[in-house]
Every structure is written in structure tokens, then in C-alpha cells.
Design a protein around this ligand. Structure first.
Ligand code: SF4
Length: 121
């Protein structure tokens, strides 16, 4: 297989501040609750909201629109962060994302075992 481009996250936090839903499932809730020393019930009460489509839960935003777990340039749940955060911009992205995301492209060999992803800090 040919080498492909991998984008290295620069931890600019832009993707933690974009409007939108960070969708989370049971496994992610459990991992984040455990990391923060909270019960799943308390975690859900404090940090989540029902999605507009009513098909599950998303993380809450702060009043200024950024992710509830963003602290300066750091993520409070970095070691248990949701798949959606980990996957951006390599596993998924959207038209125009390069204009806002500072991730740096580099060529990666197909043999490399490095996980896809990047994502917010
Ligand atoms: S993925 Fe892009 S937008 Fe998100 S923190 Fe990394 S460099 Fe910034």
C-alpha cells in the first residue's frame, strides 16, 4: 500500500470550541466517569445533555460554546476522551476543516502501526 497523509494534532483546541455535538456512548461515559472519580449517574447529570435528535447523549458545552472539559489548552478527560474527539481530523472531518484546524500533514508509511486520530488536546 502507498504511503498516505496523516495529520498531526497541534493541540490548538479549535475543534474543542467549534459548535456541534460530541456524541458519547455507554463505554465512553463509563471511562470518563471513572477517570473523574464520579458515578455514571452523576457524570450524566453534570456533563451530558440529550441530543437534539433525541437518539442519545452528547457532552454539554460551556456558556461560551466550548467543550465542558476544555481547561485552557488542556482536556480534563484527555486519557478517556470520546472516540469522536480522538478521530478528528484523520478518522473523520468535514469540508473546510483545514481552514480552522492547525494539524500538520506528514507522510505516513502503510506499515506504521500508529493509530489514526489526532484530535483535540
Ligand atoms: S485536531 Fe486540529 S483543531 Fe483539533 S486541537 Fe488538533 S490541531 Fe487543533
Amino acid at each position: 500500500m502507498a504511503p498516505h497523509v496523516h495529520y498531526d494534532c497541534q493541540r490548538c483546541t479549535a475543534c474543542c470550541r467549534w459548535p456541534g455535538q460530541v456524541k458519547i456512548g455507554d463505554t465512553e461515559i463509563l471511562a470518563m466517569a471513572k477517570l473523574l472519580g464520579r458515578t455514571e449517574f452523576d457524570f450524566i447529570q453534570e456533563y451530558t445533555r440529550i441530543r437534539p435528535q433525541k437518539d442519545g447523549l452528547s457532552l454539554k458545552d460551556k456558556e461560551n460554546g466550548e467543550c465542558i472539559f476544555l481547561e485552557g489548552r488542556d482536556c480534563r478527560v484527555q486519557n478517556a476522551k470520546p472516540l469522536q474527539c480522538m478521530g478528528f481530523p484523520n478518522a473523520w472531518n468535514f469540508p473546510g476543516w483545514r481552514a480552522i484546524c492547525e494539524a500538520v500533514p506528514r507522510l505516513k508509511s502503510a506499515a506504521s502501526s500508529e493509530a489514526a486520530g489526532g484530535g483535540a488536546p
